[in-house]
Design a protein around this ligand. Structure first.
Ligand code: FES
Length: 438
């Protein structure tokens, strides 16, 4: 049995040893066994709109250049000069035909080829001019670009397993392709990175932790329907990915109310999509979903906004977080305004929800100072049911079982659950090829 996870189906009880939130050796093992052997999110293709656009990112400790080359192809390079190591791009973003190292002036195209090196007559004639280095594997799924530092890893779609269905539910919301909007949220949390993984798929905390936010929504709307979220379930998507999915609602519990015109604009877009994908699938799109893609990518789709969140572990008690907003380019002005407002007021680092989450996670981390006397956290909620709800914790347990497998080698079977209600599993009609542009 693992020293870190207790998965007792008879009790039933699921516990996680708090040592995994504080121990530098566990942290080093996560780097080695998880981040060296997973597909890791880098960015979205639409962040690079023009040829020769680039962004710089850090993934699994590697400085990377995320670029579109001069033919329009997406490229990923290690952001380190082959000469003596200086970073080629020191800016977070830009557009450049050539990536020139400021140290001695070696220069490369965005396609990675060396273009020039000052004073090259001081090198022998057979000196092999080095090109830029790349991560061993780069692939994308519907615009989401991932890298892996394991050359032997399975292909991305196999790795994503059941998560592809929920990415499709997000990506199909636009007739022309969802795009990442300009601007990011960047913040840090003095807590272990796995606490934000848990929090991102935790429906149980919403009402108590985010009371201020719901009071704001209540003040704007005048009423909140407690049944508005309808059916919801935590679902194990395989390979450590999991989702908390809610059925469609006319109103939901999130965001300021739309005007009649804004409501009609949203309904018209979804109605056009019905012809392409069928009613069941489009109804599902209008539900909500909080998904974790193992290990550290979160997609939160609350209809009033779609958040992409990348969680970067820095040390056992410190993480950095980057978030982007994903949107259909064709939505009208009011919907865009509401989306940006929600991105700021709900998810923003100075908004009405994220600071409460940060406070909760940081107090957990402080609380782990007492782990000698209180050594285990409980994640058992809903284990006694064959049809859990979104406020239960199955989705966290699914993630933790994969974590446990990679860290300790112990394999734990998934939980048996009843079939999902139709409203949570309606399939996507194949798009009419004449209409499919995405
Ligand atoms: Fe880049 Fe020398 S380190 S040119």
């Amino acid at each position: 049995m693992s020293e870190y996870v207790i998965d007792d189906r008879d009790m039933p009880r699921f516990k996680v040893n708090r040592q995994v939130m504080t121990d530098p050796e566990v942290f080093a093992r996560e780097r080695d066994r998880i981040f060296e052997h997973s597909w890791l999110y880098l960015g979205h293709e639409t962040e690079l709109r023009k040829k020769n656009d680039f962004k710089t990112r850090t993934v699994a400790g590697r400085p990377l250049i995320f670029a579109r080359d001069n033919t329009g192809e997406i490229r990923v390079w290690i952001n380190s000069c082959p000469h003596r190591g200086a970073m080629l791009c020191r800016e977070p973003r830009g557009n450049a035909r050539f990536l020139t190292c400021f140290y001695h002036g070696w220069s490369f195209s965005t396609a990675g080829d060396m273009v020039s090196m000052p004073g090259d007559d001081s090198y022998s004639e057979d000196f092999a001019r080095p090109d830029l280095a790349a991560p061993p594997r780069v692939d994308s799924y519907r615009g989401f670009v991932f890298v892996s530092f394991d050359p032997a890893i399975v292909d991305l779609e196999t790795y994503l397993a059941g998560a592809t269905e929920y990415l499709d539910l997000v990506c199909d919301q636009s007739e022309s392709g969802m795009e990442v909007l300009d601007g990011t949220h960047e913040y840090s949390v003095k807590a272990n990175w796995k606490l934000l993984v848990e929090n991102s798929v935790d429906g149980y905390h919403a009402v108590s932790t985010h009371q201020r936010y719901f009071e704001m929504v209540l003040a704007a709307r005048g009423k909140l329907d407690p049944n508005a979220l309808g059916e919801s379930r935590g679902i194990d998507l395989g390979n450590g990915h999991a989702v908390m999915a809610g059925s469609p609602t006319t109103e939901g519990l999130f965001g300021r109310p739309l005007s009649e015109a804004g409501t009609a604009d949203r309904a018209a877009r979804f109605d056009r999509l019905r012809e392409r994908y069928g009613d069941g699938w489009v109804d599902r799109m209008q539900g909500n979903r909080n998904m974790i893609i193992f290990p550290n990518l979160v997609i939160i789709d609350l209809v009033m906004g779609v958040l992409i969140r990348k969680i970067d572990p820095i040390s056992p008690d410190y993480m950095e977080v980057t978030a982007w907003e994903l949107a259909p380019p064709e939505e009208g002005g009011e919907l865009r305004k509401q989306r940006l407002d929600n991105f700021l007021t709900f998810w923003g680092p100075g908004g009405l929800a994220s600071p409460d989450d940060v406070e909760a996670l940081e107090t957990c981390q402080v609380g782990y100072g007492g782990r000698k006397e209180l050594g285990w956290s409980d994640i058992s909620r809903g284990m006694n049911k064959t049809a859990n709800s979104g406020t239960d914790e199955l989705q966290m347990r699914a993630w933790w079982r994969r974590w446990n497998e990679l860290i300790t080698g112990e394999q734990l079977p998934p939980e048996q659950q009843d079939e999902l209600a139709d409203v949570l599993k309606a399939p996507r009609q194949s798009p009419n090829p004449a209409q499919a542009t995405v």
